[in-house]
Design a protein around this ligand. Structure first.
Ligand SMILES: NC(=O)c1ccc[n+]([C@@H]2O[C@H](COP(=O)([O-])OP(=O)(O)OC[C@H]3O[C@@H](n4cnc5c(N)ncnc54)[C@H](OP(=O)(O)O)[C@@H]3O)[C@@H](O)[C@H]2O)c1
Length: 287
């Protein structure tokens, strides 16, 4: 019997990687191998080549990334090594081995001063080291493997790992009041929905390379998100709106981060769920 096409997932112990793992059983026409950082540090290029020679994957989904946005300001070389150089190598190795490459990028590639949802072809202009490193990763992927699919996403949360939703839920257990910035606007993304979108693209059997935007639908601030978490979790304390100026961070955050997701809907028929519906699902899973 012919073996099933194999999907290799790198960065498998992050939020997105774990959501993909949960979904894998719903895609029985594929085999999956999940590799965490300990199994395959993507910046170890010889190991990358070794895994390809052993497994011969048909698809690689790269969920590995240096995601410490503020720390990246102090560690630009490391951020660049993981988010750019290693991505270029993964893309090139995929090309050499006839493997489809799916890579994840970020809304932080934009300068954040817009007022219309960003389309894939809009001008970039990252404001942070993290954003620069992710943009360079996109460039390398496209240059070294023009068949790559790159999905930019924003404000990712899940029941796994560290994220805004889990941080809020924790703070709401500990504090009578919470202050959250209300002048940064974007769209949250439930990692489970993003994982579903990626597997739907692979499962579709059609491959249209290029950049795609994916987030849940709705345009809200971090404050709005915190208020929704308060309502859904039954927190009795207060959530106060503050400005970015009152909550300075080492890395500059975009004020406007909304992604236009029409391309992925039109090309792949991917459903974009409402942020509130997905948030409720995630919170029910966590609580
Ligand atoms: N989180 C967000 O809000 C957000 C927003 C926009 C885009 N994205 C993008 O979405 C993708 C998935 O993000 P996520 O939220 O799932 O991130 P995450 O939870 O931080 O997971 C990233 C994973 O990559 C691993 N990793 C780091 N360096 C590595 C290396 N050199 N080799 C192999 N693995 C390495 C990390 O391992 P350790 O835990 O051991 O460090 C971690 O398990 C990333 O490309 C990210 O840039 C995320």
């Amino acid at each position: 019997m012919a073996s099933l096409p194999l999907i290799l997932v790198t960065g498998a112990n992050g939020q997105l990687g774990k959501e993909l793992k949960q979904l894998a059983a719903s895609y029985p026409s594929f085999e999956f191998i999940f590799l965490g950082r300990e199994d395959l540090p993507i910046h170890h290029f010889e190991m990358v080549r070794h895994y390809f020679s052993v497994y011969h994957p048909s698809y690689l989904i790269n969920c590995a990334a240096y995601t410490a946005v503020d720390r990246a300001e102090q560690e630009p070389d490391l951020a660049m090594q993981v988010n750019a150089e290693a991505v270029g190598v993964l893309a090139a190795v995929c090309r050499e081995n006839n493997c489809r490459f799916v890579h994840i990028s970020t809304d932080y590639v934009f300068n954040g001063t817009g007022n219309q949802p960003y389309k894939e072809e809009d001008a970039t202009g990252p404001q942070s080291v993290y954003g620069q490193s992710k943009l360079e990763g996109e460039r390398q992927a496209v240059q070294l493997n023009p068949e790559s699919i790159i999905i930019r996403t924003s404000w990712v949360y899940s029941e796994f790992g560290k994220n805004f939703v889990k941080t809020m839920l924790k703070l709401m257990q500990e504090r009578p009041e919470i202050k959250v910035v209300s002048d940064q606007v974007g769209s949250p993304t439930y990692a489970a929905d993003l994982a579903e979108a990626i597997l739907q693209i692979i499962d579709s059997g059609t491959w249209v390379p290029g950049i795609y935007h994916y987030s849940n639908s709705g345009t809200i601030s971090w404050y709005d998100l915190a208020v929704a978490i308060k309502e859904m979790s039954g927190y009795n304390g207060h959530v106060y709106a503050i400005s970015t100026a009152e909550y300075p961070t080492p890395a500059k955050r975009p004020a406007w981060s909304v992604l236009d997701t029409s391309k992925i809907q039109e090309v792949y028929g991917v459903a974009v769920k409402n942020w509130r519906v997905s948030l409720q699902r995630c919170i029910l899973r966590i609580m």
